[in-house]
Design a protein around this ligand. Structure first.
Ligand code: HEM
Length: 405
C-alpha cells in the first residue's frame, strides 16, 4: 500500500495510541465526512458531530444495511445481529425504548442522590491523597483515578462490598465492548464477563427487592412511570451500564486532567493561584482530552452533511475528541490547554441532545474533587516518568501516570 492509499483514519497506525490528534486534524481539513475503505463513515468537525448527536439517527446495529461492514460485524459476532446481542441498556436502544429507560433511571438518579455523595467523595479523595503523601508519590491512575469512580458507582448502586473486587475485574473486561472489536477471543471474554456480572446483579437485585434501601439500585427497582417498571433484565443492563459508562470515562477525566496540568506547568501554577478556576479547568481538560473519543449512529434515512450524502443503513462514527479540537469552533489555539477558556464548557465530551450523559454532574464532582485535591495538597506535584497509554481507541487514557509529590 502506498502512502496515498493509506486510509485517512487508521487507529491501528503506529503512534496513534500516544497521539491520535494529527489524524483528526487531517480528517477535519481534508475529509470531514470521511468514507473509510472498510465501509463506515467518520465525522470529525464540531458542527457535524453535534448535529449527528442531536439527530434522531439510530444506535441499533439491526438497522445496518447489508454490505461489507455489516458482514464484518456479523462475522465477528459469529452469527446474526440481533437486538439482544447489544444488550438492553438505554445506550443501545432507540426511542421509544431509550426514552422509557432513561426516564426510569433519571427517577433514581436525582440531584439529591448525587449531591448527597459530595462529602463522602471528598473524604475518600483525602484518604487517597494521604496514601500518596506517605509514599511520596505513586501512579495517579492506580492510586486515585481508578478507585474513586469505582467506589462511587458501587456505593451509589449499593453493591455489597464482598463483590467489589470481582466486579472490578469483570467491568474492566466488559469496558472493552466499546472498543472497535477485532479479536474473537476478546469478544468471547467480554460475553463471559457479562454473563458472570449479570449473575451477580441478579442476586443483588433479588436481595434488594426484600431489603430496599436508599441507594440507586433500590431506586431503580422502585422506579415507576405510568405503571411502567424495569424488568429484571433491564435492571441488570442499566446497572452494568453505570459501571461501563460511568467508570472508565471518569478514570480518564481524572488522569487526563492531571497529565494536562503536568504538561502545562504555567496552567498548573495559574490554578494553584486561583482555585476559583477549578470549575472551568475541569471543563477545559474534558475538552482537551475527551474521556471517550467516539460514538456511533446508524443512519435511518439519507443523511446530508454539507455536500455529502451518507446513505441509509450506514455506520457513522462521530469523534468527540476531534470535535473538541476543531479550530473553526474553538479558535486557532484549540490544540492548547487554556484553563480560562470561555467556551470550554461547550465541549461535546458528554455528548449533546437526547442522550446527554446522565452522570455528567457526578463526573464533574469527582473530577473537581480529585484534580482540585491533588493540586491543593501537593505544592511540589511533578511527573516522575513518562505516561504509559492504555492502547484503547475509544476510552483512550493513561494506563500509568507516575507522579512525585
Ligand atoms: C467524565 C466522565 C463521563 C463521560 C465523559 C461520559 C460521557 C458520556 C457520553 C458521551 C454519553 C453519550 C453516549 C452516546 O450518545 O453514544 C454518555 C451517556 C451516559 N452516561 Fe456518561 N459519561 C461520564 C460519566 C458518567 C457517570 C459517572 C455515569 C453514571 C454513573 C454516566 C452515565 C451515563 C448514562 C446512563 C448514559 C446514557 C444516557 C442515554 O443514553 O440517554 N456517565 N456519557
Amino acid at each position: 500500500m502506498t502512502e496515498a492509499d493509506e486510509p485517512l483514519f487508521n487507529p491501528f497506525a503506529p503512534g496513534y495510541a500516544e497521539d491520535p490528534y494529527p489524524q483528526f486534524a487531517r480528517l477535519r481539513a481534508e475529509a470531514p465526512v470521511y468514507e473509510h475503505p472498510l465501509g463506515f463513515w467518520v465525522l470529525s468537525r464540531y458542527e457535524d458531530v453535534q448535529a449527528l448527536l442531536r439527530s434522531e439517527e439510530s444506535v441499533e446495529l439491526v438497522n445496518l444495511a447489508a454490505g461489507p461492514y455489516r458482514d464484518m460485524l456479523q462475522q465477528l459476532h459469529g452469527g446474526v445481529i440481533t437486538p439482544r446481542m447489544q444488550g438492553l441498556s438505554m445506550l443501545d436502544r432507540d426511542d421509544p425504548d431509550h426514552l422509557r429507560l432513561r426516564k426510569l433511571v433519571t427517577k433514581a438518579f436525582t440531584p439529591k442522590a448525587i449531591s448527597g455523595l459530595q462529602t463522602w467523595i471528598d473524604a475518600m479523595v483525602e484518604a487517597r491523597l494521604d496514601e500518596i503523601a506517605e509514599a511520596g508519590g505513586g501512579d495517579v491512575v492506580d492510586a486515585l483515578a481508578y478507585p474513586i469512580p469505582f467506589e462511587v458507582i458501587s456505593k451509589m448502586l449499593g453493591m455489597p462490598e464482598a463483590d467489589h473486587e470481582r466486579i472490578r475485574e469483570l467491568t474492566g473486561v466488559i469496558a472493552g465492548s466499546v472498543e472497535p472489536r477485532i479479536d474473537p477471543a476478546v469478544i468471547r471474554a467480554i460475553a463471559e464477563a457479562d454473563e458472570e456480572l449479570s449473575g451477580i446483579f441478579r442476586r443483588v437485585i433479588e436481595w434488594k427487592r426484600e431489603h430496599p434501601s436508599d441507594d440507586v439500585l433500590s431506586g431503580l427497582i422502585r422506579a415507576e412511570d405510568n405503571g411502567d417498571v424495569l424488568s429484571d433484565d433491564e435492571l441488570v443492563s442499566q446497572s452494568v451500564l453505570m459501571y461501563i459508562a460511568g467508570h472508565h470515562n471518569t478514570v480518564n477525566l481524572i488522569s487526563n486532567g492531571v497529565l494536562a496540568l503536568l504538561r502545562h506547568p504555567g496552567q498548573l501554577a495559574a490554578l494553584r493561584e486561583d482555585p476559583d478556576l477549578l470549575d472551568n479547568a475541569v471543563e477545559e481538560v474534558l475538552r482537551y482530552e475527551s474521556p471517550a473519543h467516539f460514538t456511533r449512529r446508524v443512519t435511518l434515512n439519507p443523511y446530508k452533511v454539507g455536500d455529502v450524502e451518507i446513505p441509509p443503513g450506514a455506520f457513522v462514527m462521530a469523534s468527540y475528541a476531534s470535535a473538541n479540537r476543531d479550530e473553526e469552533f474553538f479558535g486557532p489555539d484549540a490544540a492548547q490547554v487554556r484553563l480560562d477558556r470561555k467556551e470550554a464548557r461547550l465541549h461535546l465530551s458528554f455528548a449533546a441532545g437526547g442522550r446527554y450523559c446522565l452522570g455528567a454532574a457526578l463526573a464533574r464532582m469527582e473530577g473537581k474533587a480529585a484534580i482540585g485535591g491533588l493540586v491543593r495538597r501537593f505544592e511540589k506535584l511533578t511527573a516522575d516518568g513518562d505516561v504509559e497509554w492504555n492502547g484503547r481507541i475509544n476510552l483512550r487514557g493513561p494506563k500509568k501516570l507516575p507522579i512525585a509529590v
